[in-house]
Ligand binder design. Structure first.
Ligand code: ASP
Length: 427
């Protein structure tokens, strides 16, 4: 019997995990019940296995990709960053417009904060973001030059590892031929081993995804979402407009790639991003989908995808703006245009250096709240919907990273199978 394709297996696992999670939340099993412990363990093992692959995969693919580039490195870097800036800007504008038009923080003319009590158990989450200032968040930029390479790997400092690997690859490409070829053979071998290991981990994806979704829904449930439903739907709408509207238009008009076929190619990565809420953990799957399903070369995907997972977060930037404006509405604070611009700028800046892990944006939102004069406790409201929206914004982050890769590949003249046919001259 032919095996069901991986993305179908993952999709079925998400659906079954959803049903199991809702059932678990309705019977309210205690966290130390055997079933809950087993599900947590399976989910954690899957996440760990993916994250275990990330560092060797990032290092080997960047080194190998950059070492084979000549002068085109500047052009590729320019196209990549032009895309990051343009797509993040489009995302925040869509977020700001949607929240201003729909006003989910105002219910029957009254600010939501005056009618909805804050959830009680927010202290642990708030303690994590306490006393964070813009300086702390922008301090991420200093992590680009870590004092110790192994320290950077230990701390999960992706940006530092990326900068090191870019430089290593650049100078490796300039070695005399015998040394360069020996290095390329070594790193090429290392990369192929990592890809085989990714394939092995992905065999367990359905079980891992099932466990992650079930435990998430068991602790959230849907009843808690109801008072925040408008905010939830507003963010979903904005993310949808960005992903299926703005990015699709960009793919069609500028990258000249069929948006429908690109979406189909990236399905395994999108489903993994949705289930893990971590663009970094999804990276092995993103790389594999870009190479095997979207036809992007190792040279371009190896550089573009890891860079995107650390520096390009459209969904997150959109969410930060939407969340800050929503909280301002919910607390009856009228934001001036200058304050809204401040929110947008902080969201754009923080998106460039944020870790691709679950709930990373809460720290940036805490910084934004301080900048516009809202109490940190307001963040408590967001915790109700955070995980589910995190899953959605992470999928948008990963999708945008993949679009950056196909855009650069199409600019480099790669014969992508997803390219849309050129209009017949004169038609
Ligand atoms: N979870 C997101 C990511 O990994 C970051 C965030 O928005 O919290 O891409």
């Amino acid at each position: 019997m032919p095996r069901l394709a991986l993305h179908w297996q993952i999709l079925i696992a998400i659906a079954l995990g959803g049903v199991a999670g809702l059932w678990l939340s309705s019977v309210s099993l205690p966290a130390d019940h055997g079933l809950m412990v087993a599900l947590k363990l399976i989910g954690q093992l899957f996440m760990n296995a993916l994250r275990l692959l990330v560092i060797p995969l990032v290092v080997s693919s960047i080194i190998l990709g950059v070492s084979s580039l000549g002068e085109e490195i500047g052009r590729m870097g320019g196209n990549t960053f032009a895309y990051y800036i343009g797509s993040s800007l489009a995302a925040v504008i869509i977020g700001v417009v949607c929240v201003n038009l729909i006003a989910p923080g105002i219910v029957n003319g009254a600010p939501l904060g005056s009618v909805l009590p804050l959830p009680a158990d927010t202290s642990a989450a708030l303690a994590k973001v306490q006393d964070k200032s813009l300086g702390d968040v922008l301090g991420l930029f200093t992590s680009m030059v870590p004092p110790n390479l192994f320290g950077a790997a230990l701390e999960g400092n992706m940006l530092g590892l990326i900068v090191f690997s870019l430089l290593y690859g650049y100078f490796m490409g300039r070695l005399p031929a015998p040394q360069r070829e020996a290095q390329q053979a070594f790193w090429g071998g290392a990369q192929h081993i990592m890809i085989s290991m990714t394939q092995l981990v992905l065999r367990f994806a359905p079980a891992g995804v099932f466990a992650l979704i079930a435990t998430t829904l068991a602790s959230t449930g849907f009843a808690a979402l109801l008072p925040m439903l408008w905010f939830f739907l507003t963010v979903l709408l904005a993310l949808g407009l960005h992903m299926f509207g703005a990015i699709s238009l960009f793919l069609w008009r500028i990258a000249r790639v069929s948006p429908r076929r690109h979406l189909q190619a990236m399905v395994p990565a999108l489903l993994t991003a949705f289930s893990t809420a971590s663009s970094t953990a999804t990276l092995p799957v993103t790389l594999r989908a870009l190479r095997e399903r979207a036809g992007v070369s190792e040279r371009v995907s190896g550089m573009s995808a890891p860079l995107g997972a650390s520096m390009n977060m459209d969904g997150t930037a959109l969410y930060e703006c939407a969340a800050a404006l929503f909280l301002a509405q919910a607390y009856g604070l009228d934001l001036s245009l200058a304050q809204q611009v401040t929110v947008v700028l902080i969201a754009l800046l923080t998106g460039f250096g944020m870790a691709g892990i679950p709930a990373a944006s809460l720290v940036a939102i805490a910084v934004i709240l301080a900048a516009i004069g809202l109490p940190l406790e307001a963040l408590g409201l967001l915790l109700i919907t955070d995980r589910l929206l995190d899953m959605c914004r992470t999928a948008v982050n990963v999708y945008s990273d993949s679009v950056a890769a196909v855009f650069v590949a199409s600019r480099e003249g790669e014969a992508l199978p997803l390219l849309r046919p050129d209009p017949t001259p004169g038609a």
